[in-house]
Design a protein around this ligand. Structure first.
Ligand SMILES: Cc1cc2nc3c(=O)[nH]c(=O)nc-3n(C[C@H](O)[C@H](O)[C@H](O)COP(=O)(O)OP(=O)(O)OC[C@H]3O[C@@H](n4cnc5c(N)ncnc54)[C@H](O)[C@@H]3O)c2cc1C
Length: 261
């Protein structure tokens, strides 16, 4: 694909800092299976003043690991100041990927009454302005944020969602209005095929691309978007949410070590 000339519309992403990212003590009110891999935990408890305004906000959740307490990042899927329990409620959708990892080990067993500490979000980045359309890519770990992106952009920009990974029921994670707004497309799992699906999209200089999922699967996608489609930095927001074979991936590290910019 050739490089397109940039349009002159301003591209802005506002950021908001939240004060007091203290630890909050939460209790599971409900456990609900959503897809082959995603389980929803509805939490109640110390949620006073909780705020999550950006589609890719995350909280740090703390779990007991073999060498002590570790933190893992999760997206606040939905926050209700007053929920069905008559108190504040927070939904967090967690990929259960076996027992190899403190978070998945907790999630595979936890149910009503179990407790969890979280902190954050420390800040929120709002959806950008100045784009003509958006392409969203997510595997199961990125799905809670992808749903928030759809809700942030629906009615503002045309959105197309590509869902990848090993979860054949991933599309069930979208409610009918979200599925309608984002025309979801399930992509095959191999990296090459995900890249193929991305190459077949109508990506222009006015397309905003957000992606989250296994880091290795996103590296060729990022290279293609940067080098062949010619998209500059403000058009791209691609994040390794986890990496095959790596425990506790630092998501602040560059997605592509060969191209850290
Ligand atoms: C900003 C942000 C938001 C996130 N939001 C969510 C969310 O809402 N829901 C969610 O489920 N995850 C989310 N994640 C991903 C989650 O933080 C990681 O998957 C985390 O590594 C899980 O911790 P763990 O203790 O289960 O496994 P770890 O101890 O980190 O890893 C142990 C092993 O499990 C593998 N592994 C880790 N995650 C997965 C996975 N998803 N699928 C298959 N294998 C895996 C690793 O490669 C490693 O081999 C988010 C990550 C970031 C950075």
């Amino acid at each position: 694909m050739s490089t397109f000339p940039l349009s002159s519309s301003p591209r802005v992403r506002d950021a908001i800092r939240h004060e007091g990212a203290r630890r909050r003590h939460l209790v599971v009110l409900e456990r609900t299976g959503l897809t082959d891999t995603l389980v929803r935990f509805t939490f109640g408890g110390d949620l006073e003043g909780f705020a999550s305004l950006g589609p890719e906000d995350h909280v740090k959740a703390f779990f007991a690991g073999p060498e002590g307490i570790v933190g893992r990042d999760y997206t606040p899927a939905e926050y209700r100041p007053i929920g069905a329990s008559s108190g504040p409620e927070l939904d967090v959708d967690v990929v259960v990927h076996g027992d190899a990892g403190p978070a998945t080990a907790w999630a595979s067993r936890a149910g009503r009454g179990d407790e969890l500490e979280i902190a954050g979000p420390r800040g929120s980045r709002l959806a950008p302005t100045g784009f003509a359309n958006a392409l969203l890519l997510a595997d199961p770990a990125g799905m809670p944020a992808l749903r928030r992106w759809i809700r942030a952009l629906a009615g503002v920009l045309p959105v197309h969602a590509v869902l990848f990974g090993n979860d054949t029921r991933l599309v069930d994670h979208l409610d009918p209005a979200e599925a309608f707004a984002a025309t979801p497309q399930l992509a095959p799992t191999a990296d090459f095929d995900l890249l193929d699906v991305v190459r077949s999209q109508d990506v222009t200089a006015d397309t905003f691309v957000w992606a989250a999922g296994e880091a290795g699967a996103l590296i060729p996608v990022r290279r293609w978007l940067k080098q062949e489609a010619g998209l500059p930095k403000p058009n791209l927001s691609l994040h390794g949410y986890w990496k095959a074979g790596v425990a506790g991936l630092d998501h602040h590290a560059p997605l592509d070590p060969a191209d850290p910019d």
